[in-house]
Design a binder for this molecule. Structure first.
Ligand SMILES: [Zn+2]
Length: 466
């Protein structure tokens, strides 16, 4: 196996484009910076990851409920959450070349030990001046003042121009769960601790470029909020850190490529915060964040909405505003981590310079679970019949062109865990009766077993479980 640091993003990006996983957004118009479209295989992979998350976080847990809240929310939500006032990046422009930069990135790139995230706007400005940090684009040192640039996307609603009011595209999903906390608690007669999860899109108007789908302006999150009584919060926080790491390991990210990063500098509302980072070819990057948000969010919503957010404890008759433990999974980042981890180049025969590119994806998330390959086009009828039957259970591909070796390689490259070869024995002829068996080839070991067609669905279903 190649180490992740030996893999290159160029090759992974090229495979994603050529094999239909991920395309540049608005490609025919030259693309739109930091936007990406998932192709047929990428969309499957992404949906399969969502399914694994739903299984672990909703289906297998007690007192765990999924919601699907709207992206557009009442503007007061973002005042209550603090996003209107303080969700911003410190930006400055180069007066020479007009390039816009994030002040903290300028400093951290100049000296990684400087820790710009602990500095005020004024301190950052002084530091940049004092060290004459040059513009990374033109090399000159001539900057504007630092301005706070709000990261929320704004739009307007209203039928007539003068009735328009500001609406934001949500910068995080969490508020959709918080504003529905009372609705869910009452409708489900939920007792603390209980959780609300949600998968959905969020938007951030960032100027920082990307590393492919790692940092984008539009992205999808899988979020999990656990409402609990103060006092049980620390234990639940520790629990969800480990639960998240276990989830990633089950998906196929090995422990040596995962690490916790505990935050020393905390957001104003947080009691504790920790990221799970994954080792990408471009370095360690956050793929999950777990936060102890205390009772900050519900307290603020009570204040701004005027609606009581208290929970009546049926055992003690106490009334209190619950604490929240949040664990957020970046869906696009998880997909990218899985692609990076799965990507491998295996030398099969060094003398013949024969190498195969293979995605060792967990079968549970692989876009296609099986491909049906007739050895000859004369066998296509039978192969189509088998594919039709299997497609009732899972996604199945069909390929009848090129040599069987080439077809195996095409499936290896997109991570299909099983190739099913239909040959002349399967259907028989005048002299030999049909054996109704096929050959099943394993993607990783490349070993083959022969089995009756009637056992295929069970054999594969058993091996793609999460
Ligand atoms: Zn410049």
């Amino acid at each position: 196996m190649l180490k992740n640091t030996e893999k290159t993003m160029e090759k992974i990006v090229a495979l994603c484009k050529n094999r239909g996983f991920i395309f540049a957004g608005s490609d025919i118009y030259g693309g739109l910076a930091n936007t990406w479209d998932y192709g047929p295989l990428g969309a499957r992979l992404k949906n399969n990851v969502k399914d694994t998350w739903r299984k672990r976080f909703i289906q297998e847990r007690k007192n765990s409920y999924e919601v699907d809240a709207d992206i557009l929310m009442h503007p007061k939500v973002w005042e209550a959450s603090g996003h209107v006032a303080s969700f911003s990046d410190p930006l400055l422009d180069c007066k020479e070349c007009k390039m816009r930069h994030r002040a903290d990135n300028l400093i951290d790139d100049f000296d990684p030990e400087a820790h710009a995230d602990g500095m005020t706007k004024e301190e950052m400005f002084e530091y940049i001046k004092e060290h004459s940090i040059p513009c990374p684009n033109c090399g000159k040192h001539n900057f504007t003042d630092i301005r706070e640039f709000n990261l929320m996307f704004q739009t307007f609603r209203g039928v007539t121009n003068n009735s328009k009011s500001i609406i934001y595209l949500r910068p995080e999903n969490a508020q959709g769960e918080y504003v529905n906390y009372l609705n869910v608690q009452r409708a489900m007669r939920a007792k603390l601790p209980f959780s609300i999860g949600q998968i959905g899109k969020a938007f951030r108007n960032e100027i920082t470029p990307g590393n492919f789908t790692f940092r984008t302006v539009e992205f999808e999150q899988m979020e999990f909020q656990t409402f609990c009584k103060e006092g049980s919060d620390t234990e639940l926080y520790d629990y969800f850190k480990e639960y998240g790491k276990k989830y990633f390991e089950d998906l196929g990210l090995p422990a040596e490529n995962l690490r916790f990063h505990d935050h020393e500098k905390l957001a104003h509302y947080a009691k504790a915060a920790c990221d799970i980072e994954f080792l990408f070819p471009f370095g360690w990057g956050e793929i999950n964040g777990t936060h102890n948000r205390t009772n900050f969010d519900l307290t603020r919503h009570q204040e701004y909405s005027g609606v009581k957010m208290e929970y009546l404890d049926p055992e003690t008759n106490e009334r209190y505003i619950p604490f929240i433990i949040e664990s957020t999974y970046g869906l696009d980042r998880t997909v990218l981590a899985l692609l990076v981890q799965a990507y491998d180049e295996e030398v099969l025969d060094a003398e013949k310079n024969d190498t195969r590119v293979v995605l060792h994806l967990n079968p549970a998330v692989a876009p296609y679970k099986a491909a049906v390959l007739p050895l000859s086009k004369k066998l296509s009828g039978k192969a189509e019949e088998i594919r039709g039957e299997l497609s009732k259970y899972f996604m199945t591909d069909f390929d009848e062109t090129g040599s069987i070796g080439k077809r195996y390689r095409r499936q290896d490259e997109i991570g299909t865990p099983f190739c099913i070869t239909v040959d002349f024995q399967t259907v028989g002829d005048e002299n030999t009766p049909a054996d109704n068996c096929v050959t099943v080839r394993d993607r990783d070991s490349m070993e083959q077993v022969r089995m009756p067609v009637s056992e295929l669905a069970d054999y594969i279903s058993e091996r793609i479980k999460f």
